[in-house]
Design a protein around this ligand. Structure first.
Ligand code: GLU
Length: 507
C-alpha cells in the first residue's frame, strides 16, 4: 500500500508552530519513505473559517519549503479536499450507518443534556450521553422528523475494548464503556470533527495519521467510527505538545508563535525547519543538531519521536538562524536586507551601487545579528551620527579622558582634511600616520578613532565602517550619510566647544 499522509489544518487562524511541526513531520515521512502528502482543509466551523487563512497556510508551508501532492490548491483524484465541499459525502455515509442500525437519530435538546451534565457535575459524577434516543421506534423517529423536530445522528458505541496502534505511544487500549454515543452529524446537518476526519482519512486512503497529541483522546471514538463504516484503521502517531521554556503551553495569545511572525522577523525558513524538526524528534547520536533539509529527510524516523513534551526555545532558534544567516547565499541575504531597509524608509529604489553598498552593510552587521529584522535598527546608526551629542555620551567621554585620546582625534581630523584623499584606499596609511605621530597602538589608538567616526564606543570593524560611510555618502539615499571627513570634523569641533582640546594644544 503506498504511503499516504495528510496535514489537515482548520483555516481559523495563521499557521502556528505546533501545526507547522505536524506538517513538517508528515512531509519528512513522505519524503523519506516515498508517498503522497495530502493537504485537507477542515473548514466545517463556518464562523471561524476563512479563505484568507487557508491561503496564508499554503503560503507559510511553501515558505518552509514543504510541498504536497494533493490538496484544494493542486487537486487530486481523492478530492474535494475542503470539508465544506464534502457535506454530501458525510451525509451519505451517515445514512448507511443509520440503515445498518449502527447509528441513530437523537432528538434530545442541547439544553436538556446540558442540564443533565450540570446535575451530574454537582453530584461529583461523571456524565455521558445515556443513549436515551437509541430505543426510539422507527415510527416514533419518523413522526418526530415529519413534525420538524431537530435531531442529530449519533453512533451507537459498541461494548468492549478499543485498540489501536500509535507509533509514538505504543499499542493503545481503551474501554468503550466510558464513551457516550458520539454525534456524527449535528442538527445543522454539518459533521462533527471526529466523524468527518474518519470519513475523509478513509476515503482518501490515508495510511498514517501524524498529528498533535491533543487528538489522542479523540482517537478511540474515531476508531469506533472506522469500525462501524468497515474501513481499515490507519497507524497513528501523536506528537507531544510544544511548550514555552517556562513549561506553559505555547500560547497563540503571545503572537510570537505564528510562522508569519518569525518570517517577518527575518528568521530563515531553514532555521525554523531545523528547530521545529528537533521538537520531539532527535537525530542519531553524534549527528549534531544542525541538519540540512536533505539530512533531516535522510535521518527522519518516527521511532525517534519522543512522547515527552518539547520546548520551543527562542535562544535555540536564534542559534540556528545565526548559523543559516552566515551560510546563506549572500545575494539572497542582501535582497532581504534591502526589503527591511526600504520598509523603514532608509532606502528607496535600489541601483547596483546601492546593492553593493547594502552588501557592505550586511557584512558589517551580520555577525552581531540573530535575525534579519535587526538590520534596520543596526544600520540606522550609519545615519544617526551627531558629533555634538556624541561628545556628551558617557562611554565616549570615558574614551576621550584617556591621555592621548584627544590628540588621536586631532590627528585623525588633520589626516582626513587633506583634500583629494581616497579615504577607503588610504585608510591603512591614515591609521599608520596617526600611530607614528601619537605613539599609540591597539585599543588606545582605535578607541578614539572609533568614537570620532561613529559616536559610539563599540560596533562593527572600523575598516568596514569606513567604506560604508565613504561609499554611502556618495549614494543618492533618502537621507544622506555623512562621510568620514564630515563626521570627524563635526566631532572635533564639538570636542573643542566642550573644551576637550587635543592634549598637544594643552601642553
Ligand atoms: N483540523 C484538526 C486540527 O487542526 C486536524 C486534526 C487531525 O489531524 O485529525 O487540529
Amino acid at each position: 500500500m503506498p504511503n499516504r499522509l495528510r496535514f489537515a489544518p482548520s483555516p481559523t487562524g495563521e499557521l502556528h508552530l505546533g501545526n507547522a511541526r505536524t506538517a513538517i513531520f508528515n512531509w519528512l515521512y513522505v519524503k523519506k519513505y516515498a508517498g503522497s502528502l495530502i493537504v485537507r482543509i477542515e473548514d466545517t466551523d463556518e464562523v471561524r473559517s476563512q479563505r484568507r487563512f487557508e491561503r496564508l497556510i499554503y503560503d507559510n508551508l511553501k515558505w518552509l519549503g514543504l510541498d504536497w501532492q494533493e490538496g484544494p490548491d493542486v487537486g487530486g483524484q481523492f478530492g474535494p479536499y475542503r470539508q465544506s465541499d464534502r457535506i454530501e459525502i458525510y451525509l451519505q455515509h451517515a445514512q448507511i450507518l443509520l440503515n445498518q442500525g449502527l447509528a441513530y437519530r437523537c432528538f434530545c435538546s442541547e439544553q436538556e443534556l446540558g442540564e443533565q451534565a450540570e446535575r451530574a457535575r454537582q453530584l461529583g459524577l461523571a456524565w455521558k450521553y445515556p443513549g436515551t434516543c437509541h430505543a426510539l421506534s422507527a415510527r416514533e423517529v419518523e413522526k418526530r422528523l415529519t413534525s420538524g423536530h431537530p435531531s442529530v445522528i449519533r453512533l451507537k458505541v459498541r461494548p468492549g475494548m478499543i485498540l489501536f496502534r500509535d507509533l509514538v505511544h505504543g499499542d493503545m487500549r481503551f474501554g468503550s464503556e466510558v464513551l457516550g454515543d458520539p454525534i456524527l452529524i449535528r442538527s445543522s446537518g454539518l459533521p462533527t470533527y471526529n466523524y468527518a476526519v474518519v470519513v475523509d482519512d478513509a476515503l482518501m486512503k490515508i495510511t498514517h495519521v501524524i498529528r498533535g497529541d491533543d487528538h489522542l483522546s479523540n482517537t478511540p471514538r474515531q476508531v469506533l467510527i472506522y469500525e462501524a463504516l468497515g474501513f481499515p484503521i490507519p497507524d497513528f502517531a501523536h506528537l507531544s505538545t510544544i511548550l514555552d521554556p517556562d513549561r506553559t503551553r505555547l500560547s497563540k495569545r503571545h503572537g510570537a508563535s505564528s510562522i508569519l511572525y518569525f518570517r517577518e522577523q527575518g528568521v530563515l525558513p531553514q532555521a525554523l525547519l531545523n528547530h521545529l524538526t528537533l521538537l520531539g524528534w532527535s537525530p542519531r547520536a553524534g549527528q549534531g543538531e544542525i541538519l540540512t533539509r536533505h539530512e533531516l529527510i535522510e535521518s527522519f524516523d518516527l521511532d525517534r519521536v519522543s512522547k515527552s513534551q518539547a520546548i520551543f526555545d527562542v535562544t535555540k532558534l536564534n542559534f540556528f538562524n545565526r548559523h543559516y544567516l552566515q551560510k546563506s547565499d549572500r545575494l539572497r541575504i542582501i535582497q532581504i536586507a534591502i526589503s527591511y531597509l526600504q520598509r523603514e524608509g532608509l532606502l528607496g529604489a535600489v541601483n547596483p551601487a546601492m546593492q553593493d553598498w547594502v552588501g557592505l552593510v550586511v557584512e558589517a552587521f551580520l555577525p552581531g545579528m540573530d535575525r534579519m529584522s535587526e538590520i534596520s535598527s543596526k544600520a540606522r546608526e550609519l545615519w544617526s551620527f551627531d558629533g555634538e551629542a556624541a561628545v556628551k555620551e558617557e562611554g565616549v567621554r570615558k574614551v576621550l579622558c584617556i591621555p592621548g585620546a584627544t590628540t588621536i582625534v586631532g590627528e585623525l581630523n588633520n589626516q582626513l582634511s587633506v583634500s583629494g584623499r581616497d579615504v577607503i584606499c588610504e585608510w591603512p596609511l591614515i591609521v599608520q600616520a596617526i600611530k607614528t605621530r601619537s605613539g599609540f597602538r591597539g585599543k588606545k589608538l582605535f578607541h578614539p578613532i572609533r568614537v570620532a567616526l561613529t559616536g559610539r564606543d563599540s560596533g562593527p570593524e572600523l575598516d568596514k565602517l569606513v567604506s560604508l560611510f565613504e561609499r554611502g555618502s556618495k549614494l543618492d539615499l533618502p537621507q544622506k550619510i555623512k562621510s568620514c571627513e564630515a563626521r570627524v570634523s563635526e566631532f572635533f569641533r564639538a570636542m573643542k566647544v566642550q573644551e576637550l582640546n587635543p592634549d598637544y594644544e594643552n601642553s
